[in-house]
Design a protein around this ligand. Structure first.
Ligand code: MLT
Length: 236
């Protein structure tokens, strides 16, 4: 039987093999929610990079630039990291290079996976249906915050794992823990997260609207997939 693992922080990646797996990277607040939103609204491709300088260099090659450090937009970039910035007609057909504090780092640590997919609550059911039909073992990589575990990514991992357990065995207890946490939270995710570290951080950055949006279930039927160096819409 296929297995499902959850890596609760990128700093635990040394414990997991990615080569033979479909890896789902998740950074609910807000990187992977933004990526899902951008592709759903017609962005042609997203180039995730771990470093600000690499993103700036891609800007000179014609990409729009996006991202944040510590949650705050990088001054010289075109966009920050709010999902509302990726819902405009102006981005249709464009390519965007993006760097974020944790999300793009988690993606870069997952390169080498058999398949690298992007998860968020916004595409939860589409992702679960797709993965249930695949033959590969799955690893969900939570971006966390600077190596620390966070609640929102763990909740998403639990929500996704719960939809997969009929066809997958759980390889380590993080999967059981995440599913159990999701059960405690699912009736009101926003209230459950109200004291969490990144929700608190985003309050100082007027991010309440973003948090509400990023917790919406099944807003989109798209799955971002890494092709070469760019995330594009997976053909379903
Ligand atoms: C990250 O990648 O760390 C986040 O997306 C931070 C943020 O909320 O902007």
């Amino acid at each position: 039987m296929k297995s499902i693992d959850i890596c609760l922080s990128p700093d635990l990646m040394h414990l997991y093999e990615v080569q033979d797996k479909a890896v789902v990277v998740v950074d609910i607040l807000r990187a992977t929610s933004c990526m899902t939103t951008a592709l759903a609204h017609g962005v042609a491709a997203i180039r995730p990079v771990a470093e600000v300088q690499a993103c700036e260099a891609l800007g000179k090659e014609g990409y729009l630039t996006a991202g944040e450090r510590g949650g705050e937009k990088i001054d010289s970039f075109n966009f920050g990291n709010s999902p509302y910035e990726y819902q405009s007609a102006d981005i249709v057909g464009k390519k965007i290079a993006v760097t974020t504090t944790n999300g793009t780092r988690a993606i870069s640590l997952s390169e080498g996976a058999r398949q690298l997919l992007i998860g968020s609550f916004l595409n939860l059911s589409t992702l679960a249906s797709y993965l249930n039909e695949q033959e590969h073992n799955i690893l969900i990589v939570c971006a966390g915050w600077k190596g620390f575990v966070n609640l929102e990514d763990t909740l998403f991992a639990g929500a996704l794992a719960e939809q997969l357990t009929a066809k997958f065995t759980q390889a380590c207890d993080s999967t059981l823990a995440a599913i159990s946490l999701y059960h405690s939270a699912k009736h009101n995710l926003k209230r459950f997260l109200q004291n969490s570290s990144h929700v608190q951080r985003l309050q100082h950055l007027n991010g309440d609207r973003d948090v509400t949006f990023c917790l919406k279930l099944d807003e989109y039927e798209v799955i971002p997939v890494l092709k070469g160096k760019e995330l594009v819409k997976l053909e379903l």
